[in-house]
Design a protein around this ligand. Sequence first.
Ligand code: FAD
Length: 354
Amino acid sequence: MKNIVILGGGYGGIKVLTGLLGLSLPKDVLITVVDKNPYHSYKTEFHTIVAGTAADVDVRTKFPKHDQVEYEFGTVRSINYETQEIYFEGKSNIVSYDYLVIALGCEDAYHGIEGAEKYTESVQSFSKARHAALAVGNLKAYGKLSIVGAGLSGIEVASEVRESRPDLNIRLLDRGGSVLRAFDPKIQAHVADWFIRNDVEVLHHANVEYVEKDGVCNNGICYVNDVTVWTAGVQPHRIVRELPFKKDKYNKIVVNKFFQVPTHKNIYVIGDNASSEHSPSGQLAGQQGEQVAVILENTLKGRQPKTPKEIRLRGTLGSLGRSDGFGSMFSQSLTGLLPRLTKSGVLWLQKRHN
Ligand SMILES: Cc1cc2nc3c(=O)[nH]c(=O)nc-3n(C[C@H](O)[C@H](O)[C@H](O)COP(=O)(O)OP(=O)(O)OC[C@H]3O[C@@H](n4cnc5c(N)ncnc54)[C@H](O)[C@@H]3O)c2cc1C
C-alpha cells in the first residue's frame, strides 16, 4: 500500500481529498487525513462564531467516508521528513507516509508586541474563535471591545459583533490611513461609511506598542478595554516554520510548479503555508488542493504530471454583518446586498460540494 497523508483538512486539504476521491484512485492507495478536529471547518466564517451569530454546526461539515480513507484526529506535533513520520501531541501513535500534503493553515503573528499573545483573543482556529466568542458574549452591557487590525478578518469581526451586540463600544485599530488598503477606494469608502453609520470607532495609523489585560496602548495612548481581538497579521504554522526547507520572506515554504518541496518531492505544500504570488485565501488553497489531487493521481499511476494551469482567482468577498458586504469579482468592485448574498451563496455551494 502507498500512503498519502494530508495534514490539515481545511480549505486546501479537503480539496486534495475530494479531488482524489473524484478521480480513479489506484486500489493500493490509502489516504490518511490528519486534523485536530473531527470535521472540516470553514475558517472564513469564524467571525460569526466570535460574534455568536452562527452555531458550530453552521461552519463545519463532516469529512467524507470512503473505504480508502482513514482519519487520524489529533494535534500534529512534528514531521520527521527523514523517516517520513508524523508525531502527535499527547499520544504515542505515529503516522507514516509515502506522500505528504501539508495544509495546516496559518497562525497569528504578534510582531513581538508585548502582551499581544497573552492578552488578546484570536480567530485563527475553531477553538480560539470559540474562546473569543465566550469573552465577547460575556461582556456586560456597554462593554469595550477593541479589534487590532483592519484587514478582511478584522472588518468582518467588527461588523458581525456590532450587529450582534449594538450596546458594545467597539474600536477598530487600523495600521493604515484607510481600512482594507488592498481593496478598491470605492470599497474602502463603503466600509468606512458602514462603520460611521453603525457607530464603530476606527483609529487610523495605529501602532500598537503593547497590550495589557484591560487595555491596548497605541501611539502613546492607553485605551481601557475589556476584550481585545487580534487580527493584525498571520504567519505560517509553527510546524512549517520549524522545517528546514527553503522559505520566502513571509516564512512560507518555496515550492516548485507541482507544489512540491524541491528537495523532497514527495512533500507537497499548499494554502497559507506555501509561497505564492497570490495573497493567502480559502480560494487559493482550494485551487491548489484541486491541482495537487491531479498531480498525485498521475504520480501514483507512474505518469509525468502535466504542468498545472495558472491559478485564476475569482475575486474576494467580505461581509458587513448579515445584509451588507463588499467584494471584487471579475474585476468589478461591488458593495451592498449583492456581494453579501453572493458570499452566502458561495458558502452554501462549498458545503454542498464538500
Ligand atoms: C475571520 C476570517 C475570515 C476570512 N475570510 C476569508 C474570505 O472571506 N475569503 C477567503 O478567501 N479567505 C478568508 N480567510 C482566510 C482563509 O480562511 C484562509 O486563507 C484559508 O482557510 C487557508 O486554507 P488552508 O487550507 O491553508 O488552511 P485552513 O483552512 O486554516 O485549514 C487548516 C487545517 O489544519 C488543521 N490544523 C491546524 N493545526 C493543526 C495541527 N497542529 N494538527 C492537526 N491539524 C491542524 C485545522 O484544524 C484546519 O482544519 C479568512 C480568515 C479568517 C480568520
